[in-house]
Ligand binder design. Sequence first.
Ligand SMILES: C[S@@+](CC[C@H](N)C(=O)[O-])C[C@H]1O[C@@H](n2cnc3c(N)ncnc32)[C@H](O)[C@@H]1O
Length: 312
Amino acid sequence: MLLHVADDDLFALARRLQDALRARAPGETLWFTAPDPDRRGLYEGEPTPDGRHRSLAGWVMLAEELGATLLTPQPAGPGRVRLGLRRLDRDASWQTRAAPSGDPEKYGADSDFARIRKFEEPPFLFAFARALDFVDPADGARVLALGCNRGDELDALCRLRSDRTFECHGIDHAASAIERARTLHPTMTFLTADLQRLDAPPLAEMGRFDLILALNVLHSPSLDGKAILQRLVAEHLTPAGAVIVGLPNVRYVDHTLHHGARVKGFSHPELSVLVRDAAYYRRYLARHKFRVMITGRHTLLICARPLPGRRG
Ligand SMILES: C[S@@+](CC[C@H](N)C(=O)[O-])C[C@H]1O[C@@H](n2cnc3c(N)ncnc32)[C@H](O)[C@@H]1O
């Protein structure tokens, strides 16, 4: 028989669903009926004659917390819908099969990571657009993307600012990703290189840039992200140059996005490392005469543009 959800508050509901989901194998679905989530003008859990209101967004958030994904609701009689929670399979997450941190091909063209399209994730695209509004790169700007993989952020920059042209450069140590980037973006320049070697050619000879993007790379345990940013600001940024640093606040469970990055030694998402790093980058950039803005949900984008009179 289908579970019937009506008046349970969230304490009782979460426990009931959690117990029922635990009894299912990964990939299996728990079906139940619930009040229609499309009713207007109600807060989460507000009582109604048909049971407590839960919006579709509320169900999606609950599914995420329960390690499940919500299936598309179907009508189930007057004022009710049939909902399905499919238990996620943690072993299907791309990181479980990934090469160790520091392996150049961990994010290569043949890795599972290569299937992920960050700019198809609405919070990422919109946060990046806000970041570009803030740093506002000028027509003709020289732009460098660190850990650019197949160059998606450079492509997004050109599409979001299609009224301007940019001289785009990307660096990554995954040779296969760089090969892919060159095929996809033949007008851009890509280099296979290790960011730990910024002090040696060819990286040391890259010159200066008007905008440096470092999205989801400086946090890598195999890199000293803080030292890299310091060197970039001192030696590779023009006096009027801007910076966008992205720090992940997300992990992929099965194939779905979950708020909060994975931290070694913790089974649950843990924010103290992210908060510490974001605070460091914000403070460092503010001290070096940048105006700093932080935006983004699944990736925190720390955006810095020069204050008037900044000389590098
Ligand atoms: C999580 S991916 C992020 C890719 C892209 N920037 C994005 O936000 O979708 C990290 C990228 O940084 C690259 N990377 C990691 N360590 C590196 C290093 N030491 N030198 C160069 N690239 C590195 C990886 O190969 C990978 O493409």
